[in-house]
Design a binder for this molecule. Structure first.
Ligand code: NAD
Length: 360
């Protein structure tokens, strides 16, 4: 029996629906394994802007820091799109990741056998499966470098700067190698070392870290080639380690291999055990309140949270297996529905997964 504090940040749009379905699944885990999870529900995003005037109230940061793990729905929506960038809902999430010191984003991309038809790729390319884990550097690189406008030789120009320190690369590389040790033992480090100085430092640093993990094979790949190989031969990848911007782009490309962003979780971790877990999708305002959202990405984010931050590995296995079984029985939310399968809403999908855990 374990007792854990979990901060639940519902956020905006479909956030509340997918989170209610996920709490139902976590409740089933608690019953099955006699655990006790204490939930708190601090505000973030648009809801926090409406109630507190800022997208990340200090109280939310304090509650998250006192929790063992943080589970987030999604933030943002058209209602807040015209706000200044420092009080937009998305800023709340970026600030929370940085306040919690989370520098590595882990994003598993798994294609379920029962959903192969949802993938845009041909079956012959998918025959060896897709099971890739992205490890993306989250708090450095061009998204955080110096930027601005200046006078150039052709008139006004804008610039952004990509900069990486050895320390930043080392710590995220360690996360990637540790994950690869527990998987198929291969890290593909993606960079643009033929052009960028920051990539050359990245490559040299990753090679040094690799020496501490002799059982893991290291492969280096240029980002343009990686973009091609993900479509041509996705099964060749195990763990992909890459920078903030390359990871942002490539992991979205890879997400499409599975057919729906409603299925994919992600977790962000730092030096301690505490992490932030969330679906990779946004707040989907177009379907909010219609019971049409797929809760599986958030349910799988909760599963990641249990093993990565709370050390509850068996429980993670139960959730992942319940998701597979429900999909194998033909239940589908609208985003993954195809003729001949059984269409269900967000709430029902959560109930089916929870029931499967209770009856497993
Ligand atoms: P989105 O991911 O919200 O939606 C893109 C498309 O995917 C939409 O058609 C939506 O209906 C669908 N979709 C998303 N999640 C789904 C789910 N669980 N089940 C079924 N269908 C799903 O991206 P967007 O439309 O570009 O952004 C909407 C808002 O979300 C914006 O305000 C954006 O800034 C924000 N956003 C937030 C996050 C986050 O909180 N981490 C991430 C991305 C976007």
């Amino acid at each position: 029996m374990a007792n854990h504090k979990i901060a639940i940040l519902r956020g905006d749009g479909i956030g509340a629906e997918i989170m209610d379905a996920t709490i139902g699944v976590l409740d089933a885990v608690c019953i099955r394994f006699k655990h006790k999870f204490d939930y708190t529900f601090p505000l973030i995003g648009g809801e926090a802007v409406d109630n507190e005037g800022v997208p990340l109230p200090q109280e939310t940061v304090d509650v998250c820091k006192k929790s063992d793990a943080v589970l987030l729905g999604a933030v943002g929506g058209p209602k807040w799109d015209s706000l200044a960038s420092h009080i937009r809902p998305e800023k709340g999430l970026l600030s929370l990741r940085s306040a919690l010191g989370l520098y590595a984003n882990i994003r598993p991309i798994v294609l379920y056998d029962d959903l192969k038809n949802a993938s845009p790729l041909k079956n012959e390319i998918l025959k060896n499966g897709v099971d890739i884990t992205f490890v993306r550097e989250l708090t450095g690189g061009i998204y955080f470098g110096t930027r601005g406008y200046r006078d150039g030789t052709l008139g006004q120009e804008a610039y952004d700067t990509e900069a990486y320190s050895v320390k930043e690369v080392e710590r995220v590389a360690r996360v990637a190698f540790q994950i690869a040790e527990g998987r198929r033992g291969k890290v593909t480090s993606v960079d643009k070392a033929n052009v960028l100085e920051s990539s050359r430092l990245w490559r040299a640093t990753v090679a040094r870290v690799a020496k501490d993990f002799p059982k893991v094979e290291l492969e280096n790949m240029y980002v343009d080639n990686a973009a091609m190989q993900l479509i041509k031969n996705p099964s060749k990848f195990d763990v992909i380690l890459t920078s903030n911007m390359f990871g942002d782009i490539l992991s979205d490309e890879a997400a499409m291999l599975t057919g729906s962003i409603g299925l994919l979780p992600s977790g962000s971790v730092g030096d301690g055990k505490r992490g932030l877990y969330e679906p990779i999708h946004g707040s989907a305002p177009d379907i909010a309140g219609k019971d049409a959202a797929n809760p599986i990405a958030t349910v799988l984010a909760a599963a990641m949270m249990l093993s990565t931050s709370l050390g509850l590995h068996e429980e993670t296995g139960y959730i992942e297996s319940a998701v597979r079984k429900v999909l194998a029985k033909g239940y589908r939310t609208p985003d993954i529905y195809t003729a001949g399968t059984k269409k269900v809403g967000c709430e029902k999908m959560g109930e089916l997964i929870a029931l499967n855990i209770l009856n497993a």
